[in-house]
Design a protein around this ligand. Sequence first.
Ligand SMILES: C[S@@+](CC[C@H](N)C(=O)[O-])C[C@H]1O[C@@H](n2cnc3c(N)ncnc32)[C@H](O)[C@@H]1O
Length: 247
Amino acid sequence: MKTWQEMGFQREITRDGSLTLKTEGTSSEAMHHSGGALEETLFIYGEPLREIFSLLPKARIFSLGLGLGYVEFVTAAQAILAGKDFEIVTMESVEPLSQVLKAFLRGDLSDGEIKSDLENVLGGVSEKTGVSKDLLFQELGRALNEGRWDIRGAFGEDSVPEGRFHGIMYDAFSSKTSPLLWTEEFLSNFWGACANEDSLVSTYACTGNLKRSLKKSGFQLDARSGFQGKRSATLGRRGIFISPRDS
Ligand SMILES: C[S@@+](CC[C@H](N)C(=O)[O-])C[C@H]1O[C@@H](n2cnc3c(N)ncnc32)[C@H](O)[C@@H]1O
């Protein structure tokens, strides 16, 4: 496949010049804020990832929703900048998205719109983080080959990953599109099973269910503004990520 349309997506450029996708159809949700796919990723997930790699020698990251892989490229960039190791488990329900990103990193993607767009995602993250495109490409490709980056299928009640994570980048579609993923019970069970004692949970969303589930699981919540006009985002801190001043 060479175009997003052949995969059933509509391609849109966000205000920062980066790219987002939408499933074709009127009721579908865009993967990113129209103000900037890359800027939003850096704002919501970049800083927590930087913090994680500054404190831990090796971090295990969970990323919900591969989309265009912005979160994964930013994870690799922050790990490289800190000189640290990482493992990522990504869950993505649309299998062709996982396939094209894997093919891209293996150098197997044929020329066309998709390849050129993924090169732009890579270039954008490289430019904003100061990590060279070659290094980012090699590092994520190596993580994939070595099994340190595992891209799995749909996330849900029966597919919670094993083990615990230091960073949970919860970038699911909203509760309107994916109601189960935002119920208090589902979230509480997930933090209970998969969040490390020392962990950060970051998401663009800020709902009552989310905040209650995090607090009940022992997370302290940062007051955090949302990206470009969204009311607020959420960052939950537990263990070593709670500053002693605030505990
Ligand atoms: C907001 S976008 C994620 C954007 C992505 N983090 C990035 O860096 O480009 C949400 C993604 O979640 C995927 N998705 C929707 N429901 C899912 C589920 N139950 N499990 C895993 N992925 C899901 C969608 O296909 C979409 O790619």
